[in-house]
Design a protein around this ligand. Structure first.
Ligand SMILES: Nc1ncnc2c1ncn2[C@@H]1O[C@H](COP(=O)(O)OP(=O)(O)OP(=O)(O)O)[C@@H](O)[C@H]1O
Ligand SMILES: [Mg+2]
Length: 315
């Protein structure tokens, strides 16, 4: 396991009564793409703002490459790149002028600035369009310039806050390709999204966030295992109260690994749901429970999110 380059330790950010970030801890190994997956308002951007030194936490600590984001923000800013959720480009300036502006902000000048602007525009495949005003670009192209702006100074750690919102599928592919290239060149990446397909595809590790907390954290495989390796049997049963007293007995059936109920819904995780199905149905029938609906599915992050929170990821 490579060493951690990013550590967050019990981060809290309060706005009055609301804990936007409520005790978040995680670490990111050097060279990995780490995903933050969570619905609107989960606290993803707030956590990113703390890591990138733009927001002081109410309590807790975070460090990038051993440098505290609270005590030495200027040093941290020198080694990170931030691609914000809101596109921050000057519409009336050209692509190249925008990048030069950001490059100077990161302390680049002269030949080095010219070269990095060219490298980055080539990387996001917009060098040909360098002299066009950004206001004439499509949403996806603006996103690609926005991404490029965070890369000019070769950051060791890149924070991407929903970099694919509002882009067409082709630009999305482009952005993914670019992200893999950046990772392969050695940059560690934090990738924020509320699209589970994106984090499944891109991320080496994933933290699922909800209401300011990390509610699960691991590789995709580890996370999906929480639902049962073989799959899930989800049933709606009646009369009311039926599921609760059957949980223990159902948990003893063939291949079943865990049983949980919520209202009149039963969630049965199994190492082999096809094998578990018959004995489960038999037990239910024997106890006088009626099955109103039945669903068998393989574990996905979307299902795991519902399992952990009782709500859909996209609302
Ligand atoms: N400056 C602020 N003042 C008060 N509340 C805030 C402030 N910034 C964020 N919040 C609240 O903190 C919570 C977390 O917001 P945050 O922007 O971190 O969520 P997010 O996970 O990035 O959501 P999204 O997917 O919509 O971008 C929300 O309830 C939000 O309303
Ligand atoms: Mg956000």
């Amino acid at each position: 396991m490579p060493e951690s380059i990013v550590t967050a330790d019990h981060l809290v950010k309060r706005y009055g009564e609301l804990a936007a970030v409520d005790g978040v801890s995680f670490s990111i190994a050097e060279g990995q793409i780490f995903g933050f997956l969570g619905p609107n308002g989960a606290g993803k951007t707030t956590t990113i703002s703390i890591l990138s030194t733009y927001l002081e936490p109410t309590s807790g600590e975070a460090a990038i490459d051993g440098i505290s984001v609270i005590r030495e923000p200027a040093r941290v800013r020198g080694i990170i790149g931030l691609v914000p959720q809101e596109i921050a480009l000057y519409p009336t300036l050209s692509a190249l002028q925008n990048l030069k502006f950001y490059g100077r902000m990161y302390g680049l000048s002269g030949e080095r600035l010219e070269r990095r602007c060219r490298d980055v525009l080539e990387l996001v495949e917009l060098w040909e369009r360098r002299d066009d005003r950004v206001e004439r670009f499509s949403g996806g192209m603006k996103r690609r310039i926005n991404l490029g702006a965070g890369l000019l100074h070769h950051p060791r750690f890149l924070l991407l806050d929903e970099p694919t919102v509002g882009v067409d599928p082709q630009s999305r592919e482009h952005i993914f390709d670019t992200i893999f290239k950046i990772r392969d060149a050695g940059t560690t990446i934090l990738y924020t999204s509320h699209y589970m397909e994106e984090v499944e595809l891109l991320c080496d590790r994933i933290a699922i966030m909800d209401r300011g907390r990390v509610i699960a954290d691991g590789t995709l495989k580890e996370l999906l295992k929480m639902l049962g390796e073989g799959g899930v049997i989800e049933l709606e049963v009646s009369p009311p109260g039926c599921p609760a007293h059957l949980e223990d007995e159902l948990a003893r059936q063939e291949a079943v690994t865990s049983v949980r109920h919520e209202g009149n819904r039963l969630f049965i995780s199994s190492a082999d749901s096809a094998r578990s199905l018959a004995p489960v149905m038999q037990k239910l029938a024997g106890a006088g429970c009626q099955v109103a609906s039945l669903e068998l599915y393989s574990p996905t992050l979307e299902k795991l999110f519902i399992h952990l929170t009782g709500k859909e990821l996209r609302e």
